[in-house]
Design a protein around this ligand. Structure first.
Ligand code: NA7
Length: 557
């Protein structure tokens, strides 16, 4: 049952704010934050743009969508009941199963009643006189509300981005964006669409593109892949989750949690504490082979410690994966097209795949190299490139997101003195711990730019953030604090720290959504410091230090 803000407001007329806190977003982070605040006795309300919970798993229902982290480490480690009760059916769960897990988690937290759905925040304005935020919504029927604290759990990958190509609306066939896929009205997955005998185009070769291509190659009459920047993809290693394996996981959860917590990115993979060239060639080649066939991010996050920082070690692994591509793709011309030239292995998000490269050996699959013949426009019949009109029934845009910043900059957020967050971020993102921006009191970003959870297994690492913020909110309650904002210098130092960490990594010198580059958005052609790449343990240590020093760097009043 959704909440009715009008009634809530009427019943709270004597209070200065409608709510103590409002949480924006009903994804995994937002739901947990709402739950924690409610359990602490705060008057909290969750607001969600969509009509249901689940965040990215509610929207990204394209065929083939699944997690790239081991099922058992994707979720709420804090919820013992859920950990012991839920049985995953695959080692890397598909989107419908992840959403089913989220529904069960919501049931356990009894969280739906705390949310107002179909309420997309359009504007959030801070009032210096009262230290309150007013939220206004896009939907005309949703009344504005006021709250002292805003927890924005918007998700770093939730603002879908179409390609900057003219004519999209003139296309007479069907168009889909992977992150806005039609839903099965009665189930957890996608709507039942029939692609057999259809001529299908896919634009985009990120994680979503790779997953949807694998599936469309099975379903479509003919599939044409429009390739601009291929990625280094490695095998997912999926398979059924046996009852025996699930039982073993359940009886060893504490070890698993400890393993994830000790790792850089919250996954059960750890870098080998040796440099690649310090290991004899035969041994390292055997290790790379083993990791390539290992589950999940084994090769990306479990290889030698210098692979993502030393150019020679990185080239060695890139050459290894390039050989794999050549072995798996029969046509050497296509293998060459699918081999990245603009970045080394692991310097952009590594898509995980299942028979992806073999798809290009199928008779019903062809490739258009946009680096040779770019798209000029979309026409009623299909996609026009510089040399031909390619005709289609369906175009799938796997073109990603306005990543990390976009979910926030698409809302008109006005801080102290009416300053717009968007304008501030255009000058350069500056945050303290990726949790607050100077000039935006009482406004928290949960998995936002420069936060420890953003370059991490998000459900695991965002829970760290939620727990920490909740402890801070306990302090707020006992100390009667009305205003929290970061000190300018603390934010400058944090941003500099993030930049220094990023500089040590080769991915900081690579154009990707990790570094704020988006070729479809004007002005997004310069690299930015959007990630904290120091790793989960370092972030947690920093959080502990700040809490123990009475929240140094924050101004509490
Ligand atoms: P990504 O990783 O941002 O991938 C988007 C892809 O779309 C990428 O290959 C882009 O190529 C391509 N793209 C975007 N615009 C165009 C145009 N105009 N023409 C051709 N190709 C284009 O998004 P995903 O949804 O796959 O994944 C995002 C994250 O979600 C993923 O890492 C997981 O964590 C979940 P480009 O690189 O711009 O040349």
């Amino acid at each position: 049952m959704a909440r009715n803000p009008v009634n809530e407001r009427d019943s709270k007329m004597t209070n200065e704010a409608d709510f103590d806190a409002v949480v924006i977003g009903a994804g995994l982070s937002g739901m947990y934050q709402t739950y924690r605040l409610r359990e602490m006795g705060y008057r909290v309300m969750g607001v969600e743009a969509s009509d249901n919970i689940g965040g990215v798993w509610h929207h990204n229902r394209y065929p083939g969508a699944r997690i790239d982290s081991e099922s058992e480490v994707y979720g709420y480690f804090w919820n013992e009941q859920l950990m012991q009760e839920f049985n995953w059916s695959e080692r890397f769960a598909g989107q419908p199963e992840v959403l089913r897990y989220i529904y069960r988690a919501a049931e356990i937290m009894d969280i739906r009643k705390d949310y107002l759905f179909n309420a997309r925040v359009q504007r959030a304005v801070f009032d210096d006189a009262t230290n309150l935020w007013t939220l206004e919504f896009q939907q005309a029927g949703v009344a504005p509300l006021t709250a002292r604290f805003v927890f924005s759990a918007l998700g770093p990958l939730s603002a879908p981005q179409l390609p900057d190509v003219s004519g999209i609306h003139t296309f007479k066939g069907e168009t889909y964006h992977t992150a806005l896929w039609p839903r099965d009205p009665d189930g957890f997955g996608p709507a039942q669409l029939d692609f057999s005998n259809q001529r299908v185009a896919v634009i985009g070769l990120g994680s979503s593109g790779v997953q949807v291509i694998q599936e469309m190659a099975k379903q479509a009459g003919h599939l044409t892949v429009f390739l601009r920047s291929p990625n280094w993809c490695t095998p997912l290693g999926n398979g059924p989750m046996t009852a025996q394996r699930m039982g073993h996981i359940k009886s060893h959860y504490s070890e698993l949690v400890a393993k994830c917590d000790a790792s850089i990115a919250g996954f059960p993979h750890e870098f080998i504490p040796k440099n690649l060239f310090d290991v004899p060639q035969e041994e390292r080649d055997a290790k790379l082979e083993e990791l390539y066939h290992g589950p999940g991010f084994s090769l990306w996050l479990g290889a030698y410690q210098d692979v993502l920082s030393d150019p020679a070690a990185n080239k060695y692994v890139s050459d290894f994966v390039a050989r794999k591509i050549r072995e798996r793709v029969k046509d050497p011309r296509i293998a060459e097209m699918l081999t990245p030239k603009d970045h080394g292995f692991g310097l952009k998000r590594v898509p995980l795949e299942t028979n992806y490269y073999e798809v290009y050996n199928q008779a019903n699959v062809s490739v258009v190299d946009l680096n040779v013949t770019p798209i000029t426009r979309i026409t009623p019949g299909g996609i026009q490139t510089t040399d031909a009109l390619h005709e289609f029934d369906v175009i799938i845009f796997a073109t990603g997101f306005d990543a990390i910043k976009g979910s926030w900059t698409r809302i008109d957020i006005r801080g102290s003195g009416g300053v717009a967050l968007k304008d501030e971020w255009e000058k350069g993102v500056k945050t303290y711990m990726g949790l607050q921006c100077p000039g935006f009191p009482n406004f928290f970003t949960l998995v936002g730019p420069q936060n420890g959870a953003t370059f991490c297994n998000i459900p695991r690492c965002s829970a760290v953030v939620v727990d920490w913020l909740s402890e801070m909110m306990a302090h707020v309650k006992t100390s009667n604090i009305h205003r929290i904002e970061p000190d300018q210098t603390a934010a400058e130092d944090w941003t500099l720290y993030c930049a220094k960490l990023m500089d040590k990594m080769l991915l900081g010198q690579t154009n990707s959504w990790f570094t704020g580059i988006n070729r479809n958005i004007k002005g997004r052609d310069k690299r930015e410091v959007l990630l904290f790449v120091g790793g989960n343990p370092k972030f947690r240590d920093y959080c502990d230090e700040v809490r123990e020093s009475n929240y140094k760097g924050f101004i509490l009043a």
